[in-house]
Design a protein around this ligand. Sequence first.
Ligand code: SF4
Ligand code: SF4
Length: 240
Amino acid sequence: MVDYRDQNAPPGGPYQWGMVIDLDRCTGCEACVVACRAENNVRISGEEEASKGRANYWIRIERYWEGEYPNAQLKFMPVLCQHCGSAPCEPVCPVYAAYHTPDGLNAQVYNRCVGVRYCGNNCPYTVRYFNWFDPHWDEPLNEQLNPDVTVRSGGVMEKCTFCVQRIRGAQRTAQKEGRRVKDGEITPACVQSCPTEALVFGDRNDPNSRVSKLKESRRGFRLLEELGTEPAITYLKKAE
Ligand code: SF4
Ligand code: SF4
């Protein structure tokens, strides 16, 4: 009999999920942004809501110019929830809707959230998004909602989950087969869709995973690491 409550105790020790993002590979195409919206039922914000700063997207591509014309260079940086090991968004939630899972995910209990938005104010990466209205999808877009992901109602905070539905599915399969999740077996939608393989996802507790090896690169850095947030995402900066 498989005990599904014990998914974080696979053979060889617990998982710690994380990501590496190679900025040298990112072309700013935004395929990840589109894939994330489709996978996670992220509501579509019209032009008017977006103009009021009320657009929702769990991953965004920040754009920077470096240098002066004619030698100016355009740089892109995908920014999503960093799944901080010491997450400033968690202790400020008065109803414990924002919490940490044993395998290193910053999670959100939607039906517990009362919408005070303290978590959003306390996130230094501004990657939490509030649902100002109930979501609406024009036909036939309502036919393409992902049944594995809850549709969030108005008044609820949301953000990237590292596609937890895919993580849990792979963990259950591995547990049934009495093994660990294999490296590369889980691909969040953004990772799966990236044409340049700029994003890599995996287990930071596995020293042989691609994530563990890549994050040791000399090009590696973590966003706003000086704040002590212990992000689970390592960026690889552009090679000079
Ligand atoms: S990036 Fe923001 S939302 Fe994500 S865990 Fe860190 S503080 Fe929380
Ligand atoms: S899909 Fe890949 S290359 Fe395109 S914006 Fe996202 S991270 Fe960058």
